[in-house]
Design a protein around this ligand. Structure first.
Ligand code: ASN
Length: 555
């Protein structure tokens, strides 16, 4: 066994030794240049507060300059020797992290909202303001961090998770308990952790990062006002842990399973409220709460959804409200557990559709786990491994290449079988190539569609920096390009770096199909190449008539 292990490639022997590589082979796939851009939207909160006569309050225009002096949050030497110093490529207030353990350079740009708020002052209008910023900058950045006060951070995270539909990029809220300007604070670690999550992993959810953990935004609650460990997600384990290594729990990550583009909803109904039942609550209080214009309430009941059924007066008020079409949603006061209809005292309306992973849905029918599958067991047996971690490591090492092989063959049934056994179809192989990269390269349209509907991300980059869209362009799969674009795939600044030269060379060789593929993917056909000429000028010079007709028509 030992001799065999010595001969194995390092990563597999690590995997077989039970060590899970960061991200279990899923994105992050370090791109060729291994760069990422993150937008930090600063809304306020303690992280950027200073002491004034009345206590702690946010101070505008202070954070960027302070961060520039913190080596763990800004690599000053790097900026001096590179373009960041005087380039138009990066917007104002762009900083850069030192290279990460995953060998990635994360550039982050800070956008400060005005006024900065203590989060106790936040309203749904502020949520809408944040959501609109996400929408406005969505295509320019790989991921997003939202700096926010801790008091209502969980509310904002939850609201944003519902406001963001078909989200394909990572959005992370964070903040701190102690201002980042103080000697001993949690702001530096929280900001760094949030940036590493948003810049290195495609976790297409609105998340909350605090004290080394990444939580689903609509599952988290503030539980401690005096500890750095301020948040808890009692009904869902964290999406990721940032300890010696960053471990992402990919099985837990929620995916939109869609072919539709990201969009934001800002039309919120404020005629809703929270009503907490307690022994002794009066019918008059319930009646007052339920008066118009109230349109819906979340009723916080006891235990697994029980309210007193010997309180005719209270029940009568709830009944009357329901008759007026007020929606009454039953939710337990307990931090852990959920509403069940097992008690006679617990008969209210419950939600049935899980929109953003806010509900724990118990799968119907026995779910076979890949760990238990015959295939993995046979391999595990032949390698004499048995622990849960080792089995998972074998699964994570084997599934991506298997899924990629199935994608190459266009074998949807095989992929379906892998997914049913708990395999993650968004995982990349040893080169960070996901099944979607392969299907896009091969031009398997139905397979691309199946993968998108199974939550595959269009933003995955392989180790060469390519996205599925870039692969579809290379092999001129027009329908695949259209479908990926429909889903929100786009070219980003790193894809466009040498595009002018590539387009000119396509023009010179008369490759109209190639130019058309770039055009559909959103490239600007008027870009100039290395010698300052654009494709049209090159086509004129080389006498490529078909190219000229095509370009003139598109100009
Ligand atoms: N730690 C904090 O950020 C608390 C602050 N009051 C806020 O929520 O803005």
């Amino acid at each position: 066994m030992e001799a065999a292990a010595a001969g194995r490639p390092r990563s597999l022997s690590r995997a077989l030794a039970g060590e899970r590589p960061a991200g279990c082979g899923c994105p992050p796939a370090p791109s060729a240049k291994a760069e990422a851009r993150v937008l930090v939207i600063n809304t306020g909160g303690t992280i950027g507060m200073v002491q004034d006569a009345k206590g702690l309050a946010p101070e505008a225009n202070k954070l960027v300059n302070s961060l520039k002096k913190m080596p763990m949050l800004h690599d000053k030497a790097y900026t001096q020797e590179t373009k960041l110093n005087n380039s138009h490529e990066f917007p104002e207030n762009t900083l850069v992290l030192p290279v990460s353990k995953q060998n990635k350079r994360i550039f982050y740009t800070i956008l400060e909202l005005s006024p900065l708020l203590d989060s106790s002052n936040m309203t749904p209008e502020d949520w809408a303001k944040i959501a609109k910023k996400l929408e406005e900058h969505y295509e320019k950045y790989d991921g997003f961090v939202i700096l926010h006060g801790t008091d209502t951070m969980a509310y904002t995270a939850s609201a944003l998770s519902f406001m963001c539909e078909n989200l394909g990029k990572t959005v992370v809220l964070t903040g701190s308990q102690v201002p980042i300007y103080e000697l001993q604070n949690d702001g530096r670690d929280n900001l760094l952790g949030a940036l590493l999550m948003a810049g290195q992993f495609v976790i297409p959810e609105v998340c909350l990062y605090f004290y080394n953990k990444l939580y689903r935004g609509n599952r988290v609650t503030k539980v401690d006002a005096g500890s750095f460990n301020a948040f808890s997600s009692p009904n869902l384990p964290p999406l990721a842990n940032a300890e010696v290594d960053i471990t992402i729990n990919w099985e837990t990550v929620w995916r939109a399973n869609t072919k539709k583009k990201f969009r934001v909803h800002t039309n919120m109904n404020r005629n809703v409220g929270l009503l907490r039942i307690f022994p002794g609550i009066t019918a008059a209080a319930v009646k007052a709460f339920l008066q118009p214009p109230i349109e819906g309430i979340v009723l916080e009941t006891y235990g697994s959804g029980n309210a007193p059924n010997n309180r005719e007066d209270v029940l009568e008020e709830l009944k009357k409200a329901a008759e007026r079409k007020v929606v009454i949603l039953n939710c337990t006061q307990c931090l852990r557990g959920s509403v069940k209809t097992v008690y006679a005292t617990g008969q209210f309306q419950m939600l049935s559709e899980n929109l953003r992973g806010e509900m724990t849905v118990v799968p119907t029918g026995a779910k076979i786990s890949l760990r238990d599958s015959k295939f993995i067991q046979v391999i595990a047996k032949s390698l004499s491994i048995s622990s849960k971690e080792e089995l998972e490591a074998v699964r994570d090492a084997l599934i991506p290449p298997l899924a990629c092989a199935a994608a190459k063959l266009g074998d949807i049934d095989a992929l379906r079988a892998i997914a049913e056994m708990g395999g993650n179809l968004s995982c990349g192989d040893y080169d960070g190539r996901t099944p979607l990269h392969i299907a896009a390269s091969e031009g398997h349209l139905p397979l691309v569609e199946y993968l998108l509907m199974s939550g595959a991300t269009v933003y995955a980059r392989d180790r060469y920096g390519s996205t599925p869209l870039m692969n579809a362009i290379k092999f001129r799969h027009i329908q695949v390009i259209n479908l990926l674009r429909e889903t929100g795939a786009h070219l980003s600044s790193q894809d466009l770096e040498n595009t002018g030269t590539i387009l000119c060379s396509l023009a010179a060789t008369g490759d109209v199909d190639g130019l058309y593929a770039w055009y559909l993917a959103g490239a600007d056909l008027e870009q100039t190449g290395y010698d300052g000429r654009n494709p049209l000028q090159v086509a004129e010079a080389t006498g490529q008539k078909e190219v000229l007709d095509f370009l003139r028509q598109k100009h």
